[in-house]
Design a protein around this ligand. Structure first.
Ligand code: ADP
Ligand code: MG
Length: 605
């Protein structure tokens, strides 16, 4: 006797549902994506009991004909692809024709739908894959789908659901992932008659504000910098937070071709762009959208999976990092000078910069240019190489003329003149206190100095203009076999910053000059510290090497904790600190300054 049988559709659908519809949130995702695929301009979501008793999605999209409405619930019925080739050019969210049949296999579903040109709509009721009823009805153009009692016929699944609180959070997260991509579509989300989101059509930034403005600070979007980069391979746009907006639970979102994704590798690229700018354990918010030819990503990803495979991740990594870095640079958070390659394209000269009233553009080196678009680089002959401080002057002046957003919690006041820093006083333990218009400021003197030196040194490194001092007597540096390759790799950077080394034997160098910032410190000790730090966390990225060198030298050269300082020295230190784009933390994430606002002080009395 033959024993192989085809499964009845209802069973096959239930099995498929196990994969596609795991919880209310996956059901919501499928319904809203269908509405978007149907060209809806307005989508309303209503859930009850965290979606366990009702998930309803109403749209003003294309609607369906009487027979399409019926077809939609058949397995592998889809209007979106017709052959395998279409799979590689997908621009719609759905394509498997699996969602509706899966949902109706495990819930009681009611759908009303009408195309704009049809007089009457159609209403369809299905439960557990059985069509109970279909009849004409009066209804608005578009589609409403009600999913009631999810998993009513699969008790095991129902039991597997988490608390209402958790499931509602999942629903909201899913909703956020979608609405952040479609600011041109209006959305509402109501849970048990409470409207949680009411998002009108707007810009991307307004949508982010609409989603996060309430829970985070009002100034949330003022903290976001726009990013934008077009290459042949990928287009990247979106927003990243200024370093001071970093927090332990930052909103971080990647999207590719309109779909939310997780991407730990690209996440690293973003974090690298912030290297040295964030307090430890704090993360910047980001909303980054990739557009890429569909054939460059794996389309056949499972509907519930959010990790998406890119064909050419390694090429996108530096593009992404540079793009974020450029945005931070434009805001003057980091010097917007070359940071990846060897050759430096200088910003245009002073006059041009002021005439154009904008910060110098980032020019990537010719040797390592991940961008395929030509950029308006200055011709090598006309290149101007002003002293590095000159580069900062126009930027600094420009920054002073910009009306800064109101200070948000934790951000240091922008202090612009010496006069506004009143009578700095030394406190025991190496702190400086001073009164500023915003309150009482406490500054860790050594960390402030480290931060200032770090930024100076990094700038010198980036334009290969370290200030060097010759040593009266060469200091010998003898290296172990492990240290030698580390030093070799660092040699060009070390020269840029002002070290001069001569190889005298297989394992020994003579140090004949060193960065003058080191004063009377030992050149050998500083070099060994750089070698040790570089050996600990090896990296071939020039930006990493430069940051490490700058940090090590800054730490060697900075004043020791608790050093006596005159009032003039303290004022000078504070003034330099406040001229920095990010003065709140050291490059290695330690707190530099704390501001006690009038309210903070009042609270203590
Ligand atoms: P897929 O989205 O993968 O095509 P679904 O099972 O989600 O599969 O939907 C099946 C079909 O039903 C879709 O291809 C589409 O033609 C139609 N459909 C589903 N939802 C809507 C909607 N809200 N408005 C118009 N058509 C819809
Ligand atoms: Mg679908």
């Amino acid at each position: 006797m033959d024993i192989i049988r085809l499964l009845p559709d209802s069973v096959a659908n239930q099995i498929a549902a196990g994969e596609v519809i795991q919880r209310p949130a996956s059901c919501l995702k499928e319904l809203v994506e269908n509405s978007l695929d149907a060209g809806a301009r307005s989508i309303r979501v209503l859930v009850r009991d965290a979606g366990k008793t009702l998930i309803q999605v109403t749209d003003d999209g294309s609607g369906m004909s009487v027979s399409d409405a019926r077809m939609a619930f058949e397995r592998h019925a889809t209007s979106k692809i017709s052959n395998a080739q279409d799979l590689f050019h997908l621009r719609t969210m759905g394509f498997r024709g699996e969602a509706l049949p899966s949902i109706c296999a495990v819930a009681q579903v009611k759908m009303t739908t009408r195309r704009a040109n049809d007089e009457m709509g159609t209403q369809l009721e299905i439960a557990g894959s059985q069509v109970l009823n279909q009849e004409p009805c009066q209804c608005a153009a578009g589609t409403t789908i009600q999913v009631q009692n999810l998993f009513f016929n699969v008790p095991a699944r129902r039991r597997f659901l988490k608390s209402d609180q958790t499931e509602l959070r999942n629903l909201i997260t899913t909703f956020q992932h979608i609405v952040l991509v479609y600011p041109e579509v209006a959305f509402t989300f109501a849970s048990d008659d409470e409207i949680l989101y009411d998002l009108p059509v707007g810009t991307h930034k307004q949508r982010i504000e609409g989603v996060f403005g309430k829970s985070k600070s009002k100034l949330y979007t003022a903290q976001l910098l726009e990013i934008e980069q077009q290459t042949e391979l990928v287009t990247i746009h979106g927003f990243v937070g200024k370093p001071e907006s970093a927090s332990k639970q930052a909103a971080q979102f990647f999207f590719v071709n309109g779909r939310y994704m997780r991407h730990p590798y690209f996440h690293k690229a973003v974090l690298q762009a912030y290297a040295g700018m964030l307090p430890s354990e704090q993360l910047p918010p980001y909303f980054i959208y990739f557009d890429i030819a569909p054939e460059q990503i794996d389309v056949n990803v499972h509907p519930t999976k959010t990790e998406i495979k890119f064909a050419d991740e390694q090429s996108i990594f530096p593009i992404l990092m540079a793009t974020v870095r450029a945005a931070l640079g434009k805001f003057n958070v980091v010097p917007s000078i070359d940071f990846l390659g060897g050759d430096v394209e200088m910003p245009v000269s002073d006059e041009n910069m002021r005439a154009g009233a904008k910060a110098p553009e980032l020019h990537l080196s010719s040797g390592y240019n991940p961008f395929s678009q030509p950029r308006n680089a200055v011709q090598p002959k006309e290149r101007v190489t002003p002293h590095w401080q000159d580069l900062y002057e126009p930027l600094r002046r420009e920054q002073q003329s910009i009306v800064m957003p109101e200070p948000v919690q934790d951000e240091l006041p922008q202090i612009q003149t010496k006069e506004s820093v009143l009578h700095p006083q030394a406190l025991a333990g190496g702190y400086i206190s001073c009164v500023v218009p915003e309150g009482l400021l406490l500054v860790h003197a050594r960390r402030a100095h480290v931060t200032i030196l770090y930024h100076q040194l990094l700038a010198q490194l980036q334009i290969h203009r370290g200030v060097s001092q010759q040593l009266l007597f060469a200091e010998p540096l003898t290296l172990s076999a492990e240290e030698q390759p580390v030093l070799e790799a660092l040699l060009p950077e070390l020269r840029y910053i002002g070290f001069e080394l001569e190889k005298v034997s297989a394992d020994t160098y003579d140090i004949t000059a060193m960065p003058s910032v080191l004063g009377n410190q030992s050149a050998e000790t500083s070099l060994r510290a750089i070698l040790a730090r570089s050996a600990d966390s090896p990296s071939d990225l020039q930006a990493d090497m430069q940051q490490r060198i700058a940090l090590t030298l800054a730490q060697s050269a900075a004043i020791p904790t608790g050093k006596n300082m005159s009032e003039a020295e303290m004022s000078d230190l504070l003034e330099k600190l406040f001229a920095l784009p990010s003065s709140r933390i050291t490059p290695d994430g330690k707190t530099v300054a704390v501001l006690l606002s009038a309210e903070d002080i009042a609270r203590r009395f």
